[in-house]
Design a protein around this ligand. Structure first.
Ligand code: BES
Ligand code: MN
Ligand code: ZN
Length: 608
């Protein structure tokens, strides 16, 4: 759909459909709606008088312009915005989603609309408690475009029978009164389109069935994207992962014939010395549960168990397209989770990339296994912040319903930042505690940790497990199992994969690019590393130092593919200082051939 912003008078626009709005608690039309009503000599107002239309949120009325009436539009669609006192950007998004779908149903091809939800003069209006009290032109235009595009989303890739009959709207024109508003509205519209496209992209990736949307497919998709947007892309295959020692990831992939791919994308939009934002997304292209197989009911929905990875891919794509001045690394561990003759069995112990051993109690708790290696890989970049996103636990649905994302982490400012981004983006997140008491539940009798803590507090114990693999990075985890799939169609949410997560992540990145959320890595905060300098102090080389050694080109006999992943760039970002201080066993690893590294690691753990 083509989106245009222009300056003009709404009463003079030629249009197939003119979309107007009304607040429920106002007895008379105002602004553009009143202007058009005047031209129609009160015919719109009749709808209010007869109470056919009240302006209830999402309510729709259609009025055809009669021959001889002095309006160049063919028809008017009225949409209710609800009570003005309850107004918010989310209300605008939803109203636009509903309206755009209704207009498409009419068979209309184009929409012309003023900017809704704010005063005609361009003055702002109250906008709910959270949004600093006002809707600005830019934000309103963004919400409108976003809501309409998200509402119009359709997935027809596999339909052969009703292709001819599919209705589409080809253009939407946002009309502003004055030239001074145009740049703002355009900027908003552009973001709205970018964000809606990102979400649609996630929905597409998740709608495609698992026999098409394989780890290899996603790897190819990532490579193509990287080429187009000048990002760096590295894809590790099974052999690379074996060489590196990604035992947790490989443990999940074992049961599947579909080759796993560990995908790394790097976008460098910020100063080269700036530490990256690292995003890790769970990408299980189909989760059967493995040997701990899932019940058949609704199992088809597990094709969307890759939503987190798709979100991360969509977010880095949006950041690159909009040229955000940030460095970002996207980590996408992609695999199926299948039963099979060589599948991981309950009771098996896996050695993760971090060296930590994991007892697999339930093979259906696979997301945290692939994330364990994904997070370990991520902290080698010394990210300023580390965020993972995953359809991780059914318990999250139980805790929050299909309403909110679960958020947990080791750094309160980062959690607040994510919650704020979610609120702004229309994807709300709610924090669950990560208290020490929960760690009791994932203690293993035979290994360093076990992969489930049982049913109680399932979302929390999953996060507790993940936290064991983030070193001292500033980290937060988003559990989107609650909202990644919708059983019913809503205003701008389709039935099926919702594409949740991309909007929150993009808003988060956008806020960071604006400088909000900086200063998280200031020394002195609990659970925060940061400041590369500190890492270089002798005696602190531990986990992070290890990674850095591995990551340097030409060291440790790392194979080419691993080297080109550009990890060395972050060694540079830390001034390369830290890596000079290496412990004895790290020096040994440095000399070791890749295959030997794991052995060395386990010996060290065993106290050698
Ligand atoms: N992918 C599922 C979680 C999920 C459930 C996502 C429902 C979306 C909707 C995850 O891999 C899983 O199976 N988790 C288990 C963990 C349990 C075995 C500890 C769960 O939540 O049941
Ligand atoms: Mn599972
Ligand atoms: Zn899963």
């Amino acid at each position: 759909m083509k989106i245009t912003v222009k300056t003009g008078r709404i009463t003079e626009e030629a249009a197939d459909t003119l979309l107007l709005s009304h607040w429920e608690d106002e007895t008379r039309f105002a602004g553009h709606t009143a202007e058009v009503d005047a031209v129609l000599r009160g015919r719109l107002g009749e709808l209010l008088k007869t109470q056919e239309f009240s302006g209830r949120h999402g309510q729709i009325s259609v009025l055809h312009v009669a021959p001889g009436e002095r309006l160049r539009a063919k028809r008017i669609v009225l949409v209710g915005l609800g009570k003005r006192a309850d107004s918010s950007l989310e209300k605008i998004r939803r109203a636009m989603g509903t309206a755009a779908k209704a207009i498409r149903e009419l068979g209309a091809k184009s929409i012309v609309t003023p900017v809704h939800g704010m005063a005609r003069s361009g003055q702002s209006r109250p906008n709910g408690p959270k949004e600093a009290g006002r809707i600005q032109v830019e934000a309103a235009a963004q919400a409108m475009v976003e809501g309409a595009l998200l509402g119009l989303y359709q997935f027809n890739a596999y339909r052969t029978e009703r292709n001819g009959a599919v209705k589409v709207i080809t253009s939407m024109t946002v009309v502003v009164d004055r030239d001074s508003m145009k740049a703002q509205a355009e900027h908003g519209a552009r973001w709205g389109q970018t964000i809606a496209e990102a979400t649609s992209y996630v929905r597409d990736l998740c709608n495609h069935p698992a026999n098409v949307m394989t780890p290899s497919y996603i790897a190819n998709e990532s490579k193509m994207m990287a080429k187009k947007l000048q990002m760096r892309c590295t894809v590790l295959d099974r052999a690379d992962m074996e060489r590196l020692g990604m035992g947790a990831m490989l443990g999940v992939a074992r049961g599947s014939h579909e080759p796993p791919k560990f995908i790394v994308l790097e976008y460098r939009g910020g100063p080269s010395a700036q530490r990256p934002v690292a995003l890790v997304g769970k990408t299980v292209t189909f989760d059967s549960g493995g040997i701990s197989i899932k019940p058949a009911d609704n199992m088809e929905q597990m094709k969307a168990d890759m939503t987190g990875g798709a979100d991360v891919l969509a977010a880095i794509r949006a950041a690159a397209r909009m040229r955000l001045p940030l460095n970002i690394v996207a980590i996408i561990p992609a695999t199926e989770n299948m039963p099979g003759g060589s599948a991981t069995k309950p009771g098996d112990v896996l050695t993760s990339l971090s060296g930590k051993t994991i007892e697999v109690i339930n093979t259906d708790a696979e997301g945290r296994l692939i994330l364990a290696d994904g997070l370990t890989y991520a902290i080698r970049y010394h990210p300023e912040v580390l965020v993972d996103i995953a359809t991780l636990t059914g318990a999250c649905v139980v805790a929050l319903g299909n309403v909110a994302i679960g958020v947990l982490g080791n750094n309160q400012p980062l959690i607040e930042e994510l919650k704020e981004a979610g609120e702004q983006a229309g994807e709300r997140a709610w924090q669950l505690p990560l208290w020490e008491d929960y760690y009791e539940l994932i203690k293993s009798d035979v290994a360093d940790v076990k992969n489930t803590g049982g049913r109680p507090g399932g979302t929390i114990t999953a996060a507790a497990f993940l936290s064991k693999f983030v070193g001292n990075a500033t980290w937060a985890h988003l559990d989107i199992a609650s909202t990644d799939w919708s059983d019913k169609e809503k205003a701008y949410i389709p039935k099926g994969p919702t594409g949740v997560g991309a909007r929150l992540l993009i808003q988060f990145l956008r806020n960071r690019a604006l400088g909000k959320g900086r200063g998280l890595s200031r020394p002195g905060r609990v659970g925060v590393i940061g400041k590369g300098r500190e890492l270089s102090r002798p005696g602190r080389a531990g986990v992070t130092g290890k990674g850095r050694v591995l990551s340097r080109p030409g060291r440790a006999g790392v194979n080419d593919k691993t080297r080109i992943s550009g990890l060395r760039q972050t060694a540079g970002a830390n001034g390369g200082k830290a890596s000079r201080k290496v412990s004895k066993s790290q020096a040994a690893q440095k000399r070791a051939r890749p295959g030997e590294r794991r052995l060395l690691l386990s010996r060290r753990r065993a106290g050698g």
